[in-house]
Design a protein around this ligand. Structure first.
Ligand code: SAM
Length: 287
């Protein structure tokens, strides 16, 4: 039975193993069973599902996942947590614990081995220092995914949902909106964690589009253009693209394409919608 998810039990485990929190791994453990229920319900986990969890900590959410899912694979970087996990998850036979950096794990292979290559669900209370690389990695490697339900910093959840013209708009907003539909399930106070983080958090669910929302001939090229324009936010889009080591277009190429689209040659990337980036990519890609 899931018996973690309270301050008392969490402190008991931490004291029993003399566990020292490591700031560099973004360790803030959830101690609120209501929030845990909300994540698991929101992720819509059933006994058909294989769930990948990123960063189980002492296994609090993992217990809840094991109760609901057919199979759980959980990846934890901190070797000091592995013996704790072996203890807190000992009564479950549907969990595999992997001691590895999630950014180095072949998730496609896991989905093949554990779910016959069918779409998996990702559920996590993410380590905030690598939120963006984790999400971009999941999207760009085309792991078969049904949904990603994650606790992130509130400001990052806002960034995922915002559109052109806002200060928060960037490569992450465009990637999230290209690949998925985003909805915030709940906002979470720092009091729901040990230790308390300095920032507020949100649980956001990204449901992958069955077909991409926007058609583009070369997705990779579009994301290179997007990265180039947001890496140099203060520059015009044409200069940002011209300066990108990932691309070989001249300023004139970009200005011509922008003209064809009816856009100002001095426009900045932050003003372009996803559809406009797709169009720009198709025009430049056909040159
Ligand atoms: N899931 C637990 C909970 O909700 O209480 C812990 C969440 S804590 C915010 C993030 C967890 O991710 C920590 O256990 C941390 O050690 C782990 N972690 C940090 N970097 C990681 C990485 N690169 N790969 C896998 N796990 C990582």
């Amino acid at each position: 039975m899931a018996d973690l998810g309270t301050p008392k039990k969490t402190l008991e485990i931490i004291n029993k193993y003399d566990f020292a929190f490591q700031k560099k791994f973004g360790q803030n453990f959830l101690i609120d069973a209501n929030i845990l229920d909300c994540i698991i319900d929101g992720a819509n986990i059933t006994k058909d599902d294989m769930v990948l969890e990123i960063g189980p900590g002492i296994g609090t959410m993992t217990q809840f996942l094991c109760e609901r899912a057919r199979e759980v694979v959980t990846v934890e970087i901190d070797k000091n947590l592995i013996s704790i996990l072996n203890d807190t998850l000992s009564s479950y036979d549907n969990v595999t614990i992997i001691n590895e950096d999630i950014l180095k794990v072949d998730i496609k292979k896991i989905a093949e081995e554990k779910n016959d290559g069918k779409p998996i669900k990702v559920v996590a209370n993410l380590p905030y220092y690598i939120t963006t690389p984790i999400i971009m990695g999941l999207f760009e490697s085309h792991v078969p995914l049904e949904s990603i339900t994650i606790m992130v910093q509130k400001e990052v959840a806002d960034r995922m949902q915002t559109g052109p013209g806002s200060k928060e708009y960037g490569a992450l907003s465009l990637a999230v909106q290209y690949y998925s539909k985003a909805e915030v399930l709940v906002e979470v106070s720092p009091n729901c964690f040990i230790p308390r983080p300095k920032v507020g958090s949100s649980v956001i669910k990204l449901t992958l589009h069955k077909d991409e929302r926007v058609n583009v001939n070369d997705e990779k090229l579009m994301f290179r253009l997007i990265r180039a324009s947001f890496n140099q936010r203060r520059k015009t889009l044409s200069n940002g693209i011209k300066n990108s080591p990932e691309l070989s277009y001249s300023r004139e190429d970009v200005v011509e394409a922008l003209k064809e689209m009816g856009l100002d040659e001095n426009i900045r990337g932050e003003k372009l919608s996803l559809e406009e980036f797709a169009k720009l990519s198709d025009i430049l890609g056909s040159r």
